[in-house]
Write a protein that binds this ligand. Structure first.
Ligand SMILES: Cc1cc2nc3c(=O)[nH]c(=O)nc-3n(C[C@H](O)[C@H](O)[C@H](O)COP(=O)(O)OP(=O)(O)OC[C@H]3O[C@@H](n4cnc5c(N)ncnc54)[C@H](O)[C@@H]3O)c2cc1C
Length: 412
């Protein structure tokens, strides 16, 4: 028996719960964060269990499925050919007047649109190959604590409840996370800092090898419309709108956008929706015996709501630290905070700069956006992507000096 863990096979007849197995690391959720955390923890020698509530990992898809290639280069990973729906060589930003555009083809805008049913399963396969045990159709319904320390979970599977013990529990349960809350961390994103996303996968949409982003108050208040190609005539067409927006639901904005001539023949083959936390990344990612990673920890790009690769990255960091601490028998919050410090050091500054840019974008009306997109050149986008705002702001102010008050925050 592992030290500090109860005997196997006890049975609490009153609650109808079986006390079953013990692991160094238990991961809740087999999304990108969870599978990468499990893979890294198993590779580091820990015994690992992944608990996933869905019957099939990756399905149903609730995502635009766009991924920047630079991430995969950074991770030293390759997306498998069967997970790639389309190769992307740039992006097209469209102004509210639908006439002014910026076309960008840089290393930053190269990427792929994946099939997440395949992509997520590939990541889980890797975790399994590294030695993690995977249970699907197994929902975590309770977090167990002993004197303030997280010690495991209760899982509901096929109407039965089972209890699993962990030295470290990692919550990687996505944007609608409940596990961190059950553990004692307030992980709720405010309505204002949540985007509501809805998209159709559609046929009869003519596509180039570009992702298309439409900024427009009319079609996407405090957000944007996207067209992510999945083939020559197939695309994910979606809208993300800021929470707390009065008026229509996201789907009504999307249906309004789809009345444009270009989509006259478009037909949906799937509808996907979800909530994305787009505020600041959460603080306090660890407790005794507990970590939270990925979109559950609000580790999402505030501008476009992309979180697949940020989740993978944070998952890897959490998994490595969890395994090290579990094997060393030091799983208090202080020891586990090595993950949080390393993550903040690596990612937080850039995400907060992008949050600042989001706040500016939110203040712009359609006339401002037309003026900006009409005056910013393709070459300026790389500067913006690298948070080098000064030269771009100067250029915009020459054309629209009344934006000084709104834009000055970017150059302070
Ligand atoms: C409409 C929409 C479009 C998007 N488009 C993009 C995009 O184009 N590019 C991009 O990078 N990002 C996009 N995102 C964001 C992206 O989907 C997430 O950031 C990413 O999936 C986060 O990965 P994760 O592993 O943290 O969480 P998830 O992928 O959400 O995985 C969490 C997993 O945990 C499981 N789970 C939850 N609760 C429990 C429980 N109690 N017990 C057991 N299992 C549980 C879930 O079933 C799920 O499999 C989009 C999001 C939405 C909603």
């Amino acid at each position: 028996m592992r030290e500090g863990l109860p005997d196997e096979g006890n049975h609490d007849t009153e609650k109808g719960v079986m006390f079953m197995e013990k692991y160094d690391v238990i991961v809740v959720g087999a999304g990108p964060a969870g599978s990468m955390a499990a893979r890294e923890a198993a590779k580091a020698g820990a015994s690992v269990l992944i608990l996933e509530r869905r019957k099939e990992i990756g399905a149903p898809v609730r995502c635009g499925e766009g991924i920047g290639s630079h991430w995969m280069n950074e991770f030293g990973m390759k997306v498998s050919d069967k997970a790639i729906s389309a190769h992307i060589n740039g992006s097209l930003i469209v102004a509210p007047n639908l006439k002014d555009t910026i076309r960008v083809r840089t290393a930053e805008t190269k990427g792929v649109v994946v099939d997440r049913k395949v992509f997520d399963k590939d990541l889980a396969l890797e975790a399994g190959r590294a030695g993690a045990k995977i249970m699907v159709k197994s929902e975590v319904v309770e977090v167990k604590k002993d004197g303030g320390k997280v010690t495991g979970v209760v899982v509901e599977a096929d109407g039965r409840k089972e209890e699993f013990y962990s030295k470290v529990l990692i919550a990687a349960d996505g944007g609608e996370s409940t596990v961190a809350r059950m553990a004692g961390i307030n992980s709720t994103a405010s309505l204002y800092d949540s985007d509501f996303g809805v998209e159709y996968e559609m046929v009869n949409v003519d596509c180039e090898d570009l992702i298309e982003i439409y900024f427009s108050r009319e079609y996407a208040p405090r957000g944007y419309v996207w067209v992510f190609p999945k083939g020559k005539d197939v695309a994910n067409v979606g809208v993300g709108i800021g929470g707390a927006e009065k008026g229509s639901h996201a789907i009504e904005y999307l249906d309004r956008f789809l009345k444009l001539e270009r989509f006259k023949k478009a037909q949906p083959v799937a509808i996907k929706a979800g909530v994305i936390p787009v505020g600041a990344p959460m603080k306090g990612l660890v407790l005794d015996g507990f970590m939270v990673a990925g979109t559950a920890a609000h580790q999402v790009d505030p501008i476009h709501g992309g979180g697949i690769c940020l989740a993978m990255d944070a998952g890897m960091m959490a998994g490595r630290v969890a395994a090290k601490c579990a094997i060393a028998g030091k799983t208090d919050a202080k020891s586990l905070s090595e993950y949080e410090s390393a993550w903040r050091e690596k990612r937080e500054k850039k995400l907060l700069k992008r949050l600042m840019l989001r706040k500016v974008l939110e203040k712009l009306n359609d006339d401002d956006l037309n003026a900006i997109i009409g005056s910013v050149g393709d070459e300026d986008i790389e500067k913006l992507l690298n948070s080098n705002f000064v030269p771009v702001v100067k250029k915009v102010l020459l054309k629209r000096p009344q934006l000084l008050k709104v834009l000055e925050v970017l150059v302070k």
